[in-house]
Each structure stands twice: as C-alpha cells, then as structure tokens.
Design a protein around this ligand. Sequence first.
Ligand SMILES: Nc1ncnc2c1ncn2[C@@H]1O[C@H](COP(=O)(O)OP(=O)(O)OP(=O)(O)O)[C@@H](O)[C@H]1O
Ligand SMILES: [Mg+2]
Length: 493
Amino acid sequence: MTLLEVRNLSKQFGSITALADVSLSVEAGQVHAVMGENGAGKSTLIKALSGIQPASSGSVSMRGEVIAIESLADAAAHGIRTVFQELHIVPQLSVAENILLGALPRRRGLIDRSERDRVAVEVLAQLGVDLDPGRPAGKLSRSEQQIIEICRALLGRVDLLILDEPTASLGEPETRQLLDIVRRLTERGVGVIYVSHRMNEVLEIADKITVLRDGNYIATHDAPVSADRLVHDMIGRAPGELYLHEPVEPGEVLLDVKHLSNSSVHDATFNVRAGEIVGVTGLIGSGKSEIARAIYGLDPVESGEVRIGGANCLGWSPARMLKQGLMYYPSDRKREGLALNRPLRESITLGALKRGGFLAGGLIRAKQEAAETEQLAERLSLRPSTTAAPAGNYSGGNQQKALIARGMIHRADVHVFDEPTVGIDVGAKADVYAQIDAYARAGAGVLLVSSDLTEVIGVSDRVYVVAEGRIQAELIGDDINEAAIASHFFTES
Ligand SMILES: Nc1ncnc2c1ncn2[C@@H]1O[C@H](COP(=O)(O)OP(=O)(O)OP(=O)(O)O)[C@@H](O)[C@H]1O
Ligand SMILES: [Mg+2]
C-alpha cells in the first residue's frame, strides 16, 4: 500500500532552488532511501515533509489523501515523525526530560517524574539501549544524543519515520542496532525515509533508492542496485578512486605522546612521524576522540607528556598548541565550529586572521580573505562555492567542509582529524582524503581519529585501536584489516 506520495515538490530560498519538482512515493513497511551529494536537497525535502520549512509548491498525500503540512504538529498529526540531521538536545536536562521534551506527563499539574522515567526507559528498551534516564544529556556522546532523538520520534503514533543521516556519528555496533530498529519498525508496517551517505547500509536496508542531484530528481532504483550505479547518478559521472594514499618513508617523530592520562584516557603512548597517516579507531565511547581532545587542550589532563618540536606541551591551551604547529579538526560542527549567522568565510578564517596574513594595520583584508576562502571552497567542492552566505544556509556536509577548510588555512606540522568525513558525500570524501594525503606528502603528520573502518583501513600507514580509554594495539602493514582491528575492540575483562 502506498503510504506517502510526494508530487512535484519544490523549494526556493530567494534565488536558490534547493528542490525542483521532486516526486517519490513510500510504501508501508518499506524503506525508501534518499541519496545525493552535499547540497543535493535531501534535508530540504525532509524539512518540507516534516513541516519545519514548508515547500514552495507541490503536493503531499498520505494514504491517497492530500494533506497540508505547515508545522511539525501537522506532520505529527498525520503520523509523520522525523529525526533531523542537526540534533536538538537541551544539555542541562536529563535523558528522560529530553526524550519527553514538550510532552512531559503531568499529574495534578505537576510533572509526573516516575511516569516520565518509566516511559523513557520503555522506549530506550524498545531500541535495546541501556542509558540512565537521569543523566544530564550534555554529558552524553553524540551517538547517545542521537539515540535520544530517535526515542523522541518513536513516542507518539508513527506511520512514516524520516531519518536524516541517523548513523552519521554512530560506530559499527550502534549502526547495527539502528538498522535492527528500522527493520522492526517496518515489520510493524511503518514506512521509512532514510537519508544517508553510507553506501553499505543503504544497500543493506533500502527497498527503493531515490537519487537527487542539485535539487533535481534523477532516478529511483529498486534494490538491489550497484553502488557504482548510485554513485554515477549522484555525481553525474563514473566514480573515481576514493583512497589515493601511497605510503612514504616516515621521517622524524613530530608528535610524541607518552603515558597521557585523564578521566577518560589511560596511559596512552603513541607517536606520529613526518609523512605518516596514523589512524586511531575504536567503538563509540572507547575514548579515541578524548585522546585527541586531551592532546589539543580541550579536556583537562592529569599526567604524561605531549611533545611537539621538543617541548612538552601537556596541558597547553588550544591556542598555544596551534602556535606550536598542531591543528585539530573537531567532529561536532555545531558545538565547536561555526558562527551560523555570519558569512561562512568568517568561520573558515576564525582564529587564523593573523597567521593567514589576513590582517593589515588591524583591519581584515576582506578581498584576500574572500579570495583565499573561495579557493579552498573550490578545492573541497564546497557548494554553493561562494563563502559569502551565512554559514547556517549551507547544507550539513558543506558545513563540515568549511571546518576542514579552516584547518587548511593554518600551516600546521601535525593535523589531528576527528571523524573528518561524517556526513559528507563520496565526491567530497575523495577531496578530503586527497588533502590528508597531500599533508603527509608535504612532510606533515596526520592523526586520523575515525569510527569508519573502511576509511581507516583505506588511508592509514599505522593504526592504533582504542578500547576503554587505553590503546590496545598498534597495527602496521597487512595487519591493518577489519578482523584484526575488531579483535581489539573489546577488552578481556
Ligand atoms: N535556509 C537556507 N537559505 C538558503 N539556502 C539554503 C537554506 N537551506 C538550504 N539551502 C541550500 O539548499 C541546498 C540544498 O540543501 P540541503 O540541506 O537540502 O542539502 P542536503 O542534500 O541535505 O546536503 P547534506 O548531505 O550536505 O546534508 C543547498 O545548496 C543549500 O545551500
Ligand atoms: Mg542534509
């Protein structure tokens, strides 16, 4: 049975057409994936269907009846629930309060706490997740926060569940868990719109796949369909090589970390040499990102050494680390990244005005700033390729590219990336890997923290596997494979 029918949906932002005449239908009990490059219009389609940004024209029907979706409440009334790409978590509130945000159960006018926690635990259990409902949400990892968003969507009546890059910040086991949840829901007859850049999981879960490009409808394929076909549809030409890295003879040690410890990292000892790409992987919550944060001075450290260029930089501030030659690329663009209301170029040159040579007599050399950022934008195929629009107007993946561009303005000796390709499309991934490779070739060192095993295996010369805040193994050469890495994901105890 056809659940949702979208006809000729269009959306204009001023002179920009984000979506042009897109039509698709979703069957009850089926997963319809939507793929496309960054800025293709996927989130725009979803925002129109969920009422937070109504379409400019076109029609939407549920079960054959045309419906008007002008607000989130309209969508919810028709059983359409959405998990958005950007998370909406109130850090001060607890897990349970966040799940039931805006729908807290009351008794005699007061919030019924035990009912609230009961509902929260119940929906968490539905997903097979063990999270303390009383924990402040701000203390959770991004993947745990994502789970809260999914729980929220599952609270009311759900006929159509829309997921916008639900696994973007999830590791392998959490992704499995999410796909299981999706399967369970489709067995109940729920229809699912599934937006993702991860080819493997789309091929695994989708019954139908629609590809958008530059806001236009390109094609709908029934599964199974080849990855090459989809990539071809997405980028409009045959796919090229994704990983380019040719190992070079490593030089001197650029980053030397010994016995680094804090509340989440225990006795971490590792190094990065000139010309090397060193992967750091592990499950979500393993402490791999915390190692990077501790080095860069974002989290407090307790003991150990972090040596760059002979100096022990343990506990230095991020600004000092940057001066010392270490650049860090955060994974969470919303929290650590962008000034959403200011032109994107300002987010790119943030903190680099002096080093990048953009200052003259205390004034910003705007022309040069524009020229250089636009050059970077082109190298990363940022879209739109101007950097003048407010950062908030760019699609999620393009915002991520802006963060990468920010790092590129600094001339660093060591580049530390935390999940650099989360949410970016295949074409842009290739651009990022090429950039990482270029750094290594030029004699810099790269530390690549990532949950994406294919990526880690594809580009790393050496790999450290982290579990429970400790480095469990160092893998080199042929030992860098999925089985070997996964065998260190869990500790003995
Ligand atoms: N509020 C806005 N104002 C102006 N342009 C916008 C706005 N929101 C989106 N756009 C533009 O619409 C186009 C489609 O964006 P959309 O967010 O739908 O892309 P997407 O397919 O979800 O990409 P991604 O994979 O990067 O998340 C982009 O070119 C984007 O810059
Ligand atoms: Mg998007």
